[in-house]
Design a protein around this ligand. Structure first.
Ligand code: PNS
Length: 162
């Protein structure tokens, strides 16, 4: 029986509508999508790993074939440990394509069983990035066009003036 799985890795610091677009489209192609919050234990993100996983779980609640995990190591190692041989990445334009191609090649060298598939970002998502969301949040801007509504409470709480 066919049971296709893919891994959608990222920092998700925080999750954006662009990420959600890719998750939904991957979930329509694969039987199971594992969303991996990849983090470097030596680098602190804006949101804790627990917060990032929590936001993604809220956002993916209506997609039964999507699971969320976290991992503090190399992506290639995670694919070896899970046995997932397809990684999905979204590309917004040529700059993304260039850096993503380099990353895909290195990951393939580290795990020759691993292939990376690129999904072009939907046009309306082409300008959204987590770093832009963090900047807007720091200045109290309206984030509703950039992040899923389920993630908003976590983001707003993190940027609440003390
Ligand atoms: O959301 P991002 O920041 O574009 O995601 C990048 C991410 C987390 C997928 C990438 O940095 C990654 O795979 N990090 C894990 C460490 C690793 O495997 N690095 C080698 C890839 S060349």
């Amino acid at each position: 029986m066919n049971n296709s799985r893919c891994l959608y890795p990222g920092s998700f610091d925080p999750v954006t509508l662009g990420h959600l677009d890719i998750i939904r489209r991957a979930a329509a192609i694969f039987d199971t999508v594992v969303v991996g919050v990849l983090h470097n234990p030596e680098k602190k993100g804006c949101f804790s790993v627990e917060q990032r996983v929590d936001m993604l779980q809220r956002v993916c609640r209506d997609m039964p074939n999507v699971q969320v995990i976290s991992y503090g190591g190399l992506l290639a190692q995670l694919t070896k440990e899970t046995g997932i041989s397809v990684v999905v990445r979204g590309v917004r334009g040529v700059a993304d394509l260039e850096s993503e191609t380099a990353m895909a090649r290195i990951n393939h060298q580290l795990n020759p069983a691993l292939e990376t598939l690129f999904l072009p970002a939907s046009p309306e998502m082409g300008e959204i990035s987590a770093s832009m969301v963090r900047q807007l949040a720091a200045f109290g801007a309206d984030l509703s066009a950039y992040v899923p509504q389920e993630a908003l409470p976590v983001i707003l709480a993190a940027f609440q003036p003390q």
